[in-house]
Ligand binder design. Sequence first.
Ligand code: SF4
Ligand code: SF4
Length: 381
Amino acid sequence: MEYRELGNTGLMASVIGIGCEGMSEDNYAMCSRLFDEAERLGINYFDLYASDPDLRRAVGKALEGRRDKFLIQSHICSVWENGQYLRTRDLEKVKAGFEESLELLGVDRLDVGMIHYCDSMSDWEDIVNNGILDYVRDLKRQGRVGHIGLSSHNPLVARRAVEEGGIEVLMFSVNPCYDLQPASEDVDELWADRNYEKQLTNMDPDRQRLYEICQARGTGITVMKAFAGGELLGSNQIAGVKLTVNQCISYALSRPAVSVVLAGAHSVEELRQSAEYCDAAPWERDYAAALASFPKVSWVGHCMYCSHCEPCPMRIDIASVTKFLHLCQAQGTVPETVREHYAALESHGGDCIGCGACESRCPFGVAVRENMQSAAEVFGY
Ligand code: SF4
Ligand code: SF4
């Protein structure tokens, strides 16, 4: 298993985490087997958005005797009422739901307390004005929540929450199709047929900006919907191209600030399949050619951080150099953490000898030599 720092939280999280999507009523009984397998695979991170008390109890039972082996990202504002899930901004319900969730899980703290599912500006304002953000900050002060998180599908709302609310961990929907779509308050728009009928060019700038801002501020991203609910793994008519599990995971993990991909686990086998990413060969992780063959989508000139252009004779990690360059260009300055990461690379933009081998291999027509030169100017070497 590979591990990454989760933003500035100080937590080291496995790049593959367990999402509770897939843990349906039929298989609560298998929670223990799922966590057994996760422990064996070295997976130490899981997300729990569902509020069903039976599920939370089953997860709590699966955690017995090994709480310290897992980092818990669980959702605040996701409660159970009248026998069903409810997303609420009613502070009293939120408080009662939090207490109940700890009790059912059999724990005294969450590593990440995730403010659940905020996709509109007015909802974010409710979170602030109804005292929910202050309540979660209090939980953090009391040590009952390690870090404050928020889940969203909307890059503009997520950005505002990160910038205004001091969100430390963002759970966000990341995959190459959603990344093409502009911000919307309606999550269904991300996969609406009509939005893929027109020609699409490059990543939505608000999404790119969100990832860069998270990276610059040290907000760690945990990814939901990396497979678009499984749609990207079939020959979906919209995407037009079938991707593999490894390609989807690799794509998400290549975005700035992303630390963990939460894999829905309908079965132990499905969890194993996602974890196999860590042993996958570079060609199995390579998503460049598949993306370049998407009908009606053009990423021409836009670096997708895919590393398809390597190897470089000067051993330059072209994707990383380009990513760090973009982070600086977006900030208009060189953030200290980016400077450190750049310094840690084996070779740098200034080492480029201009051979052009990378450009002939890049499926997106990126002007790599120009980028290397820009990086050398920005960082000084
Ligand atoms: S330059 Fe091209 S091939 Fe290289 S990482 Fe960027 S998009 Fe991929
Ligand atoms: S042009 Fe520069 S970055 Fe590209 S392969 Fe040659 S030396 Fe490496």
